[in-house]
Ligand binder design. Structure first.
Ligand code: AMP
Ligand code: ZN
Length: 137
């Protein structure tokens, strides 16, 4: 628990939340300012700022839980699509520095924008990046 962290306070029950799911690694709540109705966020139980700091056990269970939630969203809302969004660092749009994953229901023509302008690599550049990154794993 980090003293002033709003998500730690939600995990501890000090700040109320509309809770969907909870286990030893995650608490899942409705986002208070949803991109669309049904927007949920999965908060790690252990405080860490972002994915780079996430413990192995939480990392391993995260996608299993996200898949359950995605199926529930589809069944309950009959949405056409679902985005998983996970921001790391201010530059990425992260505003709460406690690891979380967004699940956002999407609809055909909902006009939501989560996109980017597709870029380009020069010849051989993608392979250079791939090799440099692979060497760091
Ligand atoms: P991010 O920009 O990825 O850091 O997202 C933080 C998210 O937390 C935003 O979508 C906020 O709406 C959401 N949020 C902040 N405070 C609360 C809260 N008390 N209860 C539920 N969601 C919250
Ligand atoms: Zn925290």
């Amino acid at each position: 628990m980090q003293g002033n962290c709003i998500f730690c306070k939600i995990n501890a029950g000090e700040i109320p939340s509309a809770t969907v799911y909870e286990d030893e690694n995650f608490k899942v709540i409705m986002d208070i300012s949803p991109a669309a109705k049904g927007h949920m966020i999965m908060l790690s139980k252990r405080h860490c700022a972002n994915l780079l700091e996430l413990d192995d056990e939480s990392a391993a269970s995260a996608l299993i839980i996200a898949r359950k939630l995605a199926r529930a969203l589809k069944e309950e809302l009959n949405c056409d699509g679902i985005n998983l969004v996970q921001n790391n660092g201010e530059a990425s749009g992260q505003t709460v520095f406690h690891f979380h994953i967004h699940l956002i229901p999407r609809y055909d023509n909902d006009q939501m924008s989560l996109g980017w302008t597709p870029g380009k690599y020069e010849d051989g550049e993608a392979a250079t990046f791939a090799a440099a990154l692979a060497a760091r794993l």
